[in-house]
Design a protein. Structure first.
Length: 202
């Protein structure tokens, strides 16, 4: 299921007073320039309905702010971000959406990346209201560095270390409240924690 974001845009062009678009959300500030770009396209004689249809039909690949469902009034999205820069862009965008709380369940990807970018991960993972840390997704690696997501959690006040994905799901189940935005984030199998929450599987 694609992630959808609705927004209204007043145009300044004669005969066109308002658009309501439902479009895929992306982790790029350029997305929010879409309404202005619509004005520009219409001014270039592209029919307004064609512009609206183009935005409405736009779809992103899966796992890019992908809407998964709702649990106990909290909306659940999944995202593939696994680098501090991508994660920061995701969280910065999420912060503008007006949710009561942002709950981020993050699964670091590979021991080497977590070790090399440790301080950057600590910094960005302090942004959410609640941060859950799943154990590192090994991918192709073995843990010769002796590093764990527990190490990140120790540097992030209020965060919760979850040794297994079942623990992530259980924590989300306890935390979810109406008005919350729940993000499952990472390039591994963290998305299954959100799916378990929605479908009640273990």
């Amino acid at each position: 299921m694609s992630a959808l974001l609705s927004f209204g845009k007043q145009t300044s062009l004669p005969g066109i007073t308002d658009f309501q678009f439902v479009v895929d959300m992306v982790e790029d500030a350029a997305f929010f320039q879409a309404p202005e770009r619509c004005d520009q396209q219409i001014a270039r004689t592209v029919p307004g309905q064609a512009v609206e249809r183009g935005l409405r039909d736009f779809r992103l690949p899966g796992r890019r702010f992908e809407y998964k469902g709702e649990y106990n009034g909290a909306r659940i999205y999944d995202d593939y971000a696994h680098h501090p820069g991508e994660l920061a862009a995701l969280l910065d965008t999420a912060a503008t959406l007006g949710y009561r709380r942002i709950i981020c369940a993050f699964q670091p990807h590979t021991y080497s990346r977590t070790h090399e970018l440790f301080d950057d991960f600590v910094k960005v993972l302090r942004q959410p209201d609640v941060t859950l840390l799943a154990e590192i997704y090994a991918a192709r690696e073995t843990n010769t560095l002796g590093i764990s997501s527990r190490d990140l959690a120790e540097q992030i006040p209020g965060s919760v270390y979850c040794p297994t994905l079942d623990d992530v799901t259980a924590a989300l189940r306890r935390l979810a409240q109406p008005g919350d935005l729940i993000l499952t984030v990472g390039a591994g199998d963290i998305y299954t924690a959100g799916e378990q929450l929605l479908h009640g599987t273990h």
